[in-house]
Design a protein around this ligand. Structure first.
Ligand SMILES: C[S@@+](CC[C@H](N)C(=O)[O-])C[C@H]1O[C@@H](n2cnc3c(N)ncnc32)[C@H](O)[C@@H]1O
Length: 212
């Protein structure tokens, strides 16, 4: 039996608690991605999380808790995505969402490419680059990151990727009040959403930053 199979029920309940209707085949793909993370973690050093149950709570559900706030986004870039978080779970959840995933460490980007192939993710594109050097042909209406940098650095390094009318989405733990006080000129906080991640006893916030 696979390592994550015992937690399939917890994933289904967690997704329902997030208000997400997710077909069984999609849940199976999410678990398959979690299995790949666990399997390749030792080789690629993708994440500090090694317990299967925490892959469900801290990675899958944590990544998908932001989905309701991204429902209007069509082209999403995930910056400093490591093993593909939150980009791969979001790409699995929403096949119509085009996700580009920017990661500077070659072996992590290679893992993401392998996951794309194994999971058949046609809407997911890993890019092995430093985000500040990336000049995409088309900008993104959503640019997201989790555990990447301070808000100020996120704006400085990735702000150029955001299309007119688009936004930066920063996934944070505690309210980053100090970082908000040091936002670079020209950017402002549009919204801050407190998130409750099922099975995760910790504060989570999604901050939406836009150009002034
Ligand atoms: C703490 S990890 C977070 C990974 C993932 N977002 C997660 O939540 O599990 C931060 C990642 O950002 C990547 N990174 C750091 N600076 C970067 C840059 N300038 N451009 C692209 N990726 C970068 C690192 O290689 C690392 O994989």
């Amino acid at each position: 039996m696979s390592a994550l199979a015992p937690y399939a029920g917890q994933l289904a309940e967690g997704l329902a608690a997030l208000g997400l209707e997710v077909a069984e085949a999609t849940r199976a793909r999410l678990l398959a991605y979690g299995e790949l993370l666990l399997k390749w973690n030792r080789v690629y050093n993708l994440t500090a999380i090694r317990r299967p149950q925490e892959v469900v709570t801290h990675h899958l559900l944590d990544s998908l808790a932001v989905a309701p706030w991204l429902d209007k986004v069509q082209r999403l870039a995930d910056i400093g995505s490591g093993g593909g978080l939150p980009g791969i779970p979001l790409a699995i959840l929403r096949p119509e969402l085009a996700v580009s995933s920017v990661e500077t460490v070659n072996k992590k980007a290679s893992f993401q490419q392998q996951a794309k192939i194994e999971l058949g993710l046609g809407n997911f594109q890993p890019i092995n680059a430093r985000v500040e050097n990336l000049q995409p042909e088309l900008p993104f209406d959503g640019v997201i990151s989790r555990a990447f940098s301070s808000l100020g650095d996120f704006v400085q390094l990735a702000g150029h990727l955001v299309a007119e009318g688009g936004a930066l989405y920063a996934m944070k733990g505690l309210r980053p009040d100090e970082e908000l006080g040091a936002l670079p000129a020209g950017w402002t906080l549009q919204a801050m959403h407190a998130l409750a991640v099922p099975g995760l006893d910790a504060e989570r916030h999604l901050l939406v930053l836009v150009r002034m």
